[in-house]
Design a protein around this ligand. Structure first.
Ligand SMILES: Cc1cc2nc3c(=O)[nH]c(=O)nc-3n(C[C@H](O)[C@H](O)[C@H](O)COP(=O)(O)OP(=O)(O)OC[C@H]3O[C@@H](n4cnc5c(N)ncnc54)[C@H](O)[C@@H]3O)c2cc1C
Length: 401
């Protein structure tokens, strides 16, 4: 039977009550379930209104990089990289992580910030160095680099596969005893006297003292149903996948380039993936275009061609569309909801959750079982930070962080 088969329902005894219910089987819900199961945290039920990785996880460009301006994000990325690198030891599968290297190019006026951030990342143990345009050209001969004074280069980074990671985590979690219900949508949190007592679903209720919502871009409306406003907005994105022209170097570095406002990476040896920094706000995650528009793709290809001129002649193989769950400081909401004991949110990853998902599952499991994130301090990501006037702002943040 496939791991995604709906094997039981909330009306089965095994899933009618639980110690912890996790909503969402994307990379986050699956990772949390895996890490909780590893610690034998009791009866855990994961539900998804569709199937595993049907949200952003299955559409992710899945870049893996350590370059952040906020130290806890660097730590989360680094802890995750170690798991991607040792995927077989982590979940018993081969995994799809590809180490291509990663380059960060910032606006010309932000080189000082780049230097400071690289210094901070090196202190935290990241294998990263600054390279000048001559070294960058030697690394990536197809790139136009005349405008680059310095770039950050991470040889150990690359990209992975969101659907693969979510499936591997969930499969291993199920082997460790987690129950999984696909095609089971959470309707409303059950709240009594200031604490959560379970969840109603379209297949009956599940009683549980702890509920974790890892529901990506669907999170805002779910919490609104019980009068909780979380600052998560949806944002529509398009990604282009091109066939390399014959004389193009394949398998090259991934890159985030502030100058062209695009990110890009190789896709296997013969393809090239380009994504955009910006997208349209307010998309419905259940009803958005499944096909990227010709105009949208042309525009991002044109911008990326300024950095990689050979892309001008590359043919589009396909487009990918997807929805980000954005917060005001572009960082996730992680933690218990103030005033509702036992109700946790793990969402708002703002287009960057894939690369930190292994560590997020670990620190969320620590938060649930030990009362705090021990591997990485995640207290600054608490969901109440905006209401408290404490959005996250890194010391050397970039304009487009
Ligand atoms: C086009 C695109 C490109 C991206 N590129 C990158 C990248 O290069 N690097 C990177 O690190 N990140 C990237 N991301 C972001 C990353 O993919 C996401 O942050 C991550 O996948 C989020 O995972 P999640 O588990 O939080 O959410 P999702 O994968 O969206 O999963 C949420 C799940 O919750 C389920 N659900 C929702 N509501 C309910 C309900 N009421 N009841 C039950 N289940 C429910 C959904 O069915 C879904 O399966 C990208 C995202 C997109 C869309």
């Amino acid at each position: 039977m496939s791991p995604d088969s709906r094997t039981s329902s909330p009306n089965d005894a095994r899933t009618r009550t639980a110690d912890i219910v996790i909503l969402g089987a994307g990379v986050m819900g699956a990772s949390i379930a895996f890490h909780l199961a590893k610690r034998r945290a009791g009866r855990i039920v994961v539900i998804d209104k569709g199937h595993v990785a049907q949200g952003g996880s299955g559409r992710s460009s899945a870049l893996v990089r350590m370059h952040y301006s906020y130290a806890p994000e660097v730590q989360l990325a680094l802890v995750s990289l170690r798991m991607f690198e040792h995927w077989r030891d982590t979940v018993g599968e081969e995994g799809d992580f590809r180490r291509t290297g990663f380059v960060r190019i910032v606006h010309p006026g932000e080189t000082e910030r780049l230097k400071q951030n690289v210094k901070m990342q090196r202190k935290l143990g990241v294998n990263v160095k600054l390279i000048d345009r001559v070294e960058l050209k030697a690394l990536e001969p197809d790139w136009a680099v005349d405008d680059v004074e310095l770039a950050a280069y991470e040889p150990d980074s690359g990209y992975g596969d969101g659907a693969g990671v979510a499936n591997d985590f969930l499969t291993r979690a199920r082997e460790l005893g987690v129950a999984y219900l696909s095609k089971t949508g959470a309707l409303e949190f059950l709240v009594e006297a200031g604490r959560v007592s379970g969840i109603s679903t379209d297949h009956g209720g599940i009683t549980a003292p702890v509920v974790v919502s890892a529901t990506g871009p669907w999170t805002g409306p779910l919490f609104q149903r019980v009068g909780i406003d979380l600052p998560i907005e949806t944002e529509y994105h398009q990604v282009a996948i091109l066939k390399n022209v014959p004389d193009m170097k394949g398998g090259g570095c991934a890159c985030i380039d502030s100058v062209s406002a695009t990110y890009f990476r190789s896709d296997a040896q013969d393809k090239f993936l380009i994504g955009d920094f910006y997208g349209q706000r307010g998309a419905d995650p259940d009803h958005f275009p499944q096909r990227a528009s010709d105009d949208g793709l042309e525009e991002i290809i044109e911008r990326a061609s300024r950095r990689v001129p050979k892309l001008e002649n590359a043919e589009v193989m396909r487009g990918v569309t997807g929805i980000y769950d954005m917060t005001p400081d572009s960082r996730p909401l992680l933690g218990e909801i103030s005033g509702v004991a036992g109700l946790y949110v793990c969402a708002g990853f703002s287009g960057m959750g894939f690369k930190i998902s292994p560590a997020i599952g670990l620190v969320m499991s620590e938060l649930l079982l030990d009362g705090r994130g021990k591997t990485v301090d995640i207290s600054s990501f608490c969901p109440g930070r905006f209401a408290a006037g404490k959005p996250i702002k890194a010391e050397f943040e970039y304009k487009d962080d």
